[in-house]
Structure formats: C-alpha cells, structure tokens
Design a protein around this ligand. Structure first.
Ligand SMILES: Nc1ncnc2c1ncn2[C@@H]1O[C@H](COP(=O)(O)OP(=O)(O)O)[C@@H](O)[C@H]1O
Ligand SMILES: [Mg+2]
Length: 403
C-alpha cells in the first residue's frame, strides 16, 4: 500500500530550530518565537493518506501549506518528525537515496506550469522520465499515454505557448502522471486557472483518480475546491493543523470558530449528501403514494419514489425530485436496496445552520472583508510568493534537502 504518513512534523526556520521545537513542545507560543526572528512554519503536523485518497491541505496564505508539502517530499528536511511513504522512512534516507525515491515515486504539480518553452508538449510531458534516464522510445510512449489521459491527444507536437493556460496545466499533470509516481503532490495546481477551466480540471483529476488510485496531497486556499476534491481535508492555521476531517465534518462539525468562519460561505447543498440527511427507509412503510397505492415494502418505496439516488449524491440534486412528490426520495446502496429516505422537511432543515451545524456566524464589521475575499487576496499573495520561490518552479527538484 502506497500510504503516506507524517508524524509530529515540525519545520522551523531561523536560529536554533531544534531548540525552538523543544520550546513549542513545552507550550511556547509561535508569536513568542517570531519576536526572536524564528519562524515555526509547521508545528506538530501529523497526517495519513491512503492509496487512492486525495488529502487536501487548506488554509490562508502563510499558514504553512507549501512548507508542509516540501517536507513531505524531502525538499525540506523537517526540523523534527518523520515522513514515511510506502513503508520507507524518508527522513532517514541519504541524500542520494532520497533523490532516487523522489524521482521514481513522487511527482509534484505546481501552480505555474513549469513547462520548457523550447520543448514540444510531448518532450515536456516526458521530462520526468528523461530525468530518470528512461530511453527515448519508452519515455515518448508513456508521455503519449499520459497526454491522452489528460485530454491532450493530438497536441504532442505543439509548443507550450500554443496552448491555453488550462491546457498547459494539463501538460504539467501529464508530466506527473507519465512518471508513474505513486505519490502526487499538488501545490495550488489549479489556482491560476479561470473558474470554469478550474472546475474542469477538478473533474478530470477526480475521474483519473478513480482508475489511477494515486496517493495525492493537494494544497489549496479555496474551500470549495477542497470540498470537491478532498476525501480528507486538513485545515491549517498559523503552522498547525486545526482540524482533519471529511468535507461534511468540516462543514457540520467545525472544530472551532476559526474553521466555522471559513465555511460560512460554502454552498452546503453541494457538500452535504443524501446519506447525511436521510432517515430510515422503514419510515416510509405504511404510507400512501399520491396515486393511492399503499407502500408496504421497500420495493414499493423504490417504485413510488420520485427519484432513487446513491448516498453520495449532493443534496443540490434532490430539490427537484422532492418538489414533485409527497413520497420521499429513496436512497439506495450499490446493490439497489433502499437504505434511506430523504424527506422534503429534512432537505430544507439541512439548508439552515441549526441542525447540528455551525452556530450562526457572529456579525462582522462592514469593513472586515468576507473570508472569500481574504482567501482571494491570500491567493494573490501566494501566487506572487510562488513566482519568487525558484524551487517551486524547478521541475528537476535541484534544490537540495534542507535548502
Ligand atoms: N525558506 C524559508 N525561510 C524562512 N521562512 C520561511 C521559508 N519558507 C516559508 N517560510 C515562512 O513560513 C511560513 C509558512 O509559509 P508557507 O508554507 O509558504 O505558507 P503557505 O503555503 O500556506 O502560504 C510563512 O511565514 C513563511 O514566510
Ligand atoms: Mg503556498
């Protein structure tokens, strides 16, 4: 199993980092260290990502997301803690062995596509394999396949500047897929794309993941993106992970006011699922359908229901069927057996925030930008910072560990 496990990771920049870790463990405050010129970028982070999972790390700019990602692939040597991938402790490898693991098992996809302008799309997609020393015929074959996977068949001979931003990002993704790496690390990979293209890329990633089943860590400052992609989401604040959970956990059971304030603008109808709000299917037994037929069995219910959906169906899709019948929408398992019922009243209640959901948000002063705005600004700051950080755009990963 290509499982990624990070335990009690710390990344401290500045003087006497180990000392700073000890002090943090003893309860020292991050601000206290900052006053001394030491930055605790990642504090006691532990994550676990299984094969086939997309683990999203989200948080505002400066919360430590990129630093966490770079400790996961060994670009940065953590000040304390361990990273294990595929059973191997990356933190204890020699620089040479680490490079080997990085080139064979780990791929990064950046926000800025990091394509070589004077190489064709095919050569760009084959680049990771070239670094590994894979012979030309083999690497071109695999690059062709990867380009086909990302919807770029026919563009192999083109130059990067002939492609739109979205297509360039697909080349970046194809490059990562061509190497066959089991671990994909994606840092704001879709953040520079227009909203519609971005949605498209999200769909494509979800679709690819169904068959490829990579281990993916995806960084974003965008909560909606996090909720669409993440099997698990970690929310970071000031270097610490403040909550790890499913999209629904984060939305319905935020760990604190900070997380709750993030989620207040989220479209709940796209995150909450039929499975989360359904009641027991047996409840419907004994009721009467609009045509006067008695619903005596679960099969009667399935036949009379205005729609039969899976547990994962977002509730946004349930409003129309709910509005046309007095019989609840039926929720069925994979075998087609009725396992639940979604009543119109539950559907409406789910839109409110008092059914176990986050408390009503405290009113904010008019001058305080909404979280979405703050995130957008954070994104802009991030983009600027990334553009200034050469290692982020270094497809060879030439920056040595600990740099
Ligand atoms: N190489 C570095 N040296 C010193 N401080 C750094 C370095 N890299 C990141 N930081 C600091 O660590 C914190 C987290 O940064 P980063 O991981 O880039 O956050 P994010 O990706 O969430 O925006 C910030 O305060 C940043 O200034
Ligand atoms: Mg970042």
């Amino acid at each position: 199993m290509s499982r990624l496990q990070a335990e009690h990771l710390y990344m401290v920049f500045g003087r006497r980092p180990k000392d700073a870790v000890r002090r943090l463990q003893e309860g020292a405050d991050r601000d206290e260290l900052r006053a001394e010129g030491t930055t605790a970028a990642v504090i006691d982070a532990s994550i676990e990502v299984d094969e086939g999972q997309i683990f999203v790390v989200m948080g505002l700019s400066g919360s430590g997301k990129s630093t966490l990602l770079r400790t996961l692939n060994g670009l940065l040597e953590p000040t304390a803690g361990t990273v294990r991938f595929d059973g191997e402790d990356l933190t204890s490898l020699s620089a040479k062995d680490l490079r080997k693991v990085r080139s064979e098992k780990i791929s990064m996809v950046f926000q800025h596509f990091a394509l070589f302008p004077h190489r064709s799309v095919l050569e760009n997609a084959a680049y990771g394999l070239e670094v590994q020393g894979v012979p030309r015929a083999e690497r071109e074959k695999r690059a062709y396949e990867a380009l086909e996977l990302t919807g770029l068949k026919g563009w192999e001979k083109s130059w990067p500047d002939e492609l739109s931003g979205g297509m360039q990002q697909r080349v970046g993704l194809a490059r990562a897929l061509a190497t066959d790496a089991d671990l994909l690390l994606m840092d704001e990979s879709f953040s520079a794309l227009d909203p519609l293209i971005r949605r498209d890329m999200q769909d494509q990633l979800l679709e690819l993941q169904k068959t490829l089943k990579k281990t993916i860590v995806f960084i974003t400052h965008d909560l909606n993106e996090a909720m669409r992609l993440g099997d698990k989401i970690a929310v970071m604040r000031d270097g610490r992970i403040v909550q790890i959970g499913s999209a629904e956990d984060i939305l319905v059971r935020p760990a604190n006011d900070y997380v709750a304030s993030f989620t207040q603008d989220v479209d709940r109808t796209r995150v909450l699922t039929a499975g989360a709000i359904m009641t027991c299917a047996d409840e419907v037994l004994g009721t009467t359908a609009p045509d006067g037929k008695k619903i005596a069995t679960l099969d009667d219910f399935l036949a009379a229901a205005p729609a039969v959906v899976g547990e994962d169906t977002p509730i946004v899709d349930l409003f129309t069927p709910c509005s046309v019948s007095t019989v609840p929408v039926a929720v069925a398992d994979k075998a087609g057996k009725a396992v639940g019922a979604v009543r119109a009243d539950r559907l409406l209640a789910a839109l409110g925030e008092d059914d176990g959901g986050p408390a009503a948000p405290a009113p904010r002063p008019a001058t305080d930008p909404a979280p979405a705005d703050r995130l957008t600004k954070a994104a802009a700051a991030d983009a600027k910072k990334d553009a200034e950080a050469p290692e982020d755009n270094d497809p060879e990963g030439k920056v040595s560990a600990g740099a």
